[in-house]
Ligand binder design. Structure first.
Ligand code: ZN
Length: 53
C-alpha cells in the first residue's frame, strides 16, 4: 500500500498503519479518508494537497 505526505509539515499517512489516534484503522486507503480530511499535525493542508510517496 501507499503513503501520503503533507507538503507543509511532513506528516505521513501510511495506509498500512492508518492513524489510530485520529480514528483511522490500519489498512485505511487514503482514498477513503473524508474529502474534508485536514492534516492532523498542521491543520492547514487538506487531502488534495498531500503527495504520494
Ligand atoms: Zn501537515
Amino acid at each position: 500500500m501507499s503513503a501520503y505526505r503533507c507538503p507543509e509539515c511532513g506528516y505521513l499517512f501510511d495506509e498500512d498503519e492508518g492513524d489510530e489516534h485520529e480514528g483511522y484503522r490500519p489498512g485505511t486507503p487514503f482514498a477513503k479518508l473524508p474529502d474534508d480530511f485536514a492534516c492532523p499535525d498542521c491543520s492547514v493542508r487538506f487531502k488534495d494537497d498531500f503527495e504520494k510517496v
